[in-house]
Design a protein around this ligand. Structure first.
Ligand code: PA5
Length: 447
């Protein structure tokens, strides 16, 4: 098996190789600190050896539950927010057919999402879509108390119970939550739902390789064993025994921190493959929530190319020079489409006749890289040999490991998210939630 590769050559000229290698000792220390469990947030390091510690029995249990839902359901609703849905959606979108639906391919249930917003129209339309369909629910919440998924689940559970009765509903709901605490844990025990545990020491945004990600991914018909195997290979490739120059996670962490110090405050994750849109969304949470604290941290943005070259391309080429770009490139497409010859050639494209569409895409990618570098945008390139379970597993773990190292290099605790509570406190106060009486009075004076 090959490995995803990292190329930082096109950052040189903005920062030097010497600058990056001056970070070697620091990066190695951060890797060692992660592995020794002696750094900030060290009670949330369960993800570090997660790939290599997933048991065969654990995978089989997830697969068996997924198979049951696959047999029962046309549609499975994944309920969760942030780290409790983004990993699953990233992998499912990346590896599922774009236009495949249950109606014309009865292999896989349609996966839809809820609990990641509080949109009344969204929930109305989802409920309408589910009417008359055989559906199931995977309800994911580590705390078990997050408002968005709890609200959506209440509505969907009622709809399911009304449609098929309480007893059947039990067979169609799986809860993924804390092993002992929280409202979802209590409800699941009371109702007798099948449950999976989110380990105490794995935070939401690092949980894609726990049942949080693996169960929905398996329901979508994706090979979770290969995904985990890919992650295992990257776990090995980024271990403490790997020299700095050969550790892609350490090099990525050191490079982006040097760029940040040089004034590049925004990192744009770009792809040239539309299926990777949600990998970027997952990545934004991973890095944004891990590093954006203590008034520090790179701002994480993302674009899908070439689509967004026609919207954000101008800004990237000529706007404020505070950005660098990390591009995920997929070397080989899965399918083959050639540009046909056309007698009339009114569109002038006959010079491409017989060429693969991917060849055109690759030239767009190369042309964009050179243009952006010329325009003052350092470029980091991550190449996946192809878009499959194995290399996606590598990519996810690569980003997680680099995030841990990068957060330590920045000097923050990459494993907490205290800032997320601020809006919740205000929302509860405004909603007059019991227990928030003082905050409710205080907030009324401010509006
Ligand atoms: O990364 C995180 O910890 C968060 O994004 C959480 O995953 C998110 O807030 C959902 O929390 P919970 O799973 O407790 O409902």
């Amino acid at each position: 098996m090959k490995q995803i590769t990292l190329n930082i050559d096109k950052t040189l000229g903005f920062i030097s190789k010497e600058q990056i290698f001056a970070q070697e000792a620091n990066a190695k220390e951060c890797v060692a600190t992660l592995h020794a469990g002696t750094g900030k947030g060290n009670d949330f390091l369960g993800w570090l050896h997660l790939p290599s510690s997933i048991s065969e029995a654990g995978i089989n249990d997830i697969q068996a539950t997924a198979n049951k839902l696959r047999n029962q359901c046309e549609v499975v609703v994944v309920v969760g927010i942030g780290g409790s849905y983004l990993g699953a959606k990233a992998v499912i979108d990346a590896l599922s057919a774009t236009f495949e639906a249950f109606e014309n391919n009865r292999k896989n249930p349609v996966i839809v999402y809820a609990g990641h917003n509080i949109g009344e129209d969204y929930l109305y339309e989802l409920s309408s879509y589910l009417k008359g369909k055989q559906f199931g629910i995977i309800n994911i919440s580590k705390s078990g108390t997050t408002t968005e998924p709890a609200l959506s689940f209440r509505i969907l559970k009622k709809q399911l119970e009304d449609a098929i009765g309480k007893n059947e509903t039990k067979e169609r709901i799986v809860a993924i939550t804390d092993k002992a605490r929280g409202a979802l844990h209590t409800l699941a025990k009371k109702e007798g739902y099948k449950t999976f545990v989110i380990p105490d020491d794995v935070g939401g945004r690092f949980s894609v390789l726990t049942p949080v990600g693996l169960l929905p991914i398996a329901v979508a018909g994706i090979d979770i064993k290969q995904l985990v195997l890919g992650a295992v290979s990257m776990e090995k490739a980024t271990g403490t025994d790997i020299p700095f120059a050969e550790n892609p996670a350490a090099i990525y962490a050191a490079t982006r921190n040097e760029l940040y110090k040089s004034g590049k405050k925004i990192e744009i994750l770009a792809n040239f493959h539309p299926k990777l849109h949600y990998v970027s969304e997952w990545w934004k949470q991973l890095y944004g929530e891990s590093e954006g604290k203590e008034n520090k941290g790179i701002f994480n943005a993302s674009v899908d190319f070439t689509t967004d070259l026609h919207s954000m391309g101008q800004w990237i080429q000529e706007g404020e020079r505070s950005i660098f770009e990390t591009v995920i490139s997929v070397a080989a497409p899965k399918y083959k489409v050639e540009v046909p010859f056309d007698e009339e050639d009114l569109d002038g494209l006959n010079f491409l006749a017989g060429k693969r569409v991917d060849f055109v895409n690759k030239m767009a990618e190369l042309g964009t890289q050179l243009a952006h570098v010329d325009g003052g945008v350092p470029n980091i390139k991550i190449e996946m040999p192809e878009l499959n379970e194995y290399y996606l597993g590598q990519l996810l773990y690569f980003f997680e490991k680099a995030c841990g190292i990068s957060g330590y290099m920045l000097g923050v605790n990459p494993f907490d998210q205290p800032g997320v509570e601020a809006y919740k406190k205000n929302m509860f106060a405004l909603l007059n939630k019991p227990g928030f009486e003082t905050e409710s009075k205080a907030i009324q004076a401010r509006i």
